[in-house]
Structure formats: C-alpha cells, structure tokens
Unconditional design. Structure first.
Length: 219
C-alpha cells in the first residue's frame, strides 16, 4: 500500500526532482546497497562487471589476483565498539568483483573454453584461500569467502570439469587435493569435491588420484 502511494506521489514529480531524490537517497546507502539499487545506472557498474570476452576475462582475473594479494583492497581502520560493524567499501568492492569474476569464469567453462577457465579458477581460488587464511586481502571485523555471492558446489563442478580437460594427472591430483582440503575444513565435505573429481576425470587421472589416496574420504 505504501508503495502504491509512493508511486502516485512520484508520478507528479519532474524529471529533475526525481534525479535529485535518487541522488539524495543513494547517498544514504552503503556503496554495495547503492550498487544493488541502481544497478547499471551506478557509476561503478561498468568497472565491476566482468568483461564478456574470454581473453579480457583472463586478464581481469590476473589483475584481480595480483591486486588482491598485494593488499590493494585491504583498508584497515581503528575499530572500536561504535564502528566494529562497519565494512569498508574496498572490502565490499572486492567481494562484488570476486563474485562477478567467478560467475563469468563458470560461463567460460560452460562454453568449452577449458584452458582459460582452469587458469581463472586456479587464480581465484588462490585469492579465496588467502582470505580464509586471514591474510591481509580485505578488512572487517569478520571476513571470509562467505562474503562472495556464489554457489560454491556449482563452482567446484565447473572447475573440475575444465581442469580434467586440460591438466596432467599430477596437476589434476594436486588441485583436487587442495579443493578437497578446503571442502573438508570449510564445508564439511558438502561441496562434493571427492564425488565429482572421479566422475569428470580421465582414466589416467582417476588412477593417479587413487594411487595418491586423494579419492579416499577421511573423517
């Protein structure tokens, strides 16, 4: 009901008045809230959106990997009982970019560009793991890869499918072991790494997994 009343009131406003109201309202929001509300109209929309081309995506992921590990998004502040819940714009920016790049990489994998997808996934997981280890990538009272909008079980499946297409037996086993450890520590095995890996692997990759004992579930 309130929404209908607002629509009627806004219908009487001039274009200039509407613009002024939107600007004033957006200034009361956090950076992430403003991006969510304004969508493609937000000044940062184009900057944060993942590029459409495969080569451009790979370059963007490489830059994101480099900047993240170099502390580009790390914005510490003197935390106290009044501001402890504040999340720096740099942290929200990082999480939004990570989500966009992961989503775009999944699409690249789906399209069959497995070499590029595997590289992007590997670099993105480098960054995600650095965050979960507590390295100085982003800052807030509580940080973690839970801040990134993604369905990680879907991400893992896409990564393993691409990896199986391009990786050697040794490389495949090493990366599956890394993902399985992450799955065990942070998701209690819910990502299904050890179930998916043997299904998408080549015969040689499965044999190497078995020989290395990676496919054997451990409590």
């Amino acid at each position: 009901m309130a929404g209908n009343m607002l629509k009627k009131a806004l219908a009487k406003a001039t274009k200039a008045e509407l613009v002024d109201m939107v600007v004033a309202a957006s200034e009361m929001l956090t950076a992430r809230q403003a991006r969510d509300v304004l969508g493609d109209y937000h000044p940062d929309a184009a900057r944060l959106r993942a590029p459409s081309g495969v080569r451009a995506l790979v370059e963007r992921v490489r830059n994101f990997h480099r900047d993240s590990l170099a502390g580009h998004y790390y914005a510490p502040f003197n935390m106290n009982s009044k501001n402890f819940s504040h999340v720096p714009e740099e942290t929200e920016d990082w999480a939004d970019q990570a989500g966009e790049l992961i989503k775009a990489t999944c699409e690249v994998s789906k399209a069959g560009n497995h070499v590029e997808a595997a590289e992007c996934f590997r670099l993105l997981y480098d960054v995600l793991e650095a965050v979960d280890r507590g390295e100085d990538v982003i800052f807030a009272e509580e940080v973690g890869t839970w801040m990134v909008h993604m369905e990680e079980s879907h991400v893992v499946r896409a990564y393993l499918k691409s990896l199986a297409k391009v990786a050697s037996e040794e490389e495949f086993t090493k990366e599956v072991a890394r993902l399985a450890k992450r799955d065990r520590i942070h998701s209690s095995g819910r990502l299904g790494v050890l179930e998916v890996a043997p299904r998408v692997a080549t015969k040689a990759q499965r044999a190497h997994l078995a020989a290395a004992g990676v496919g054997n579930k451990t409590p």
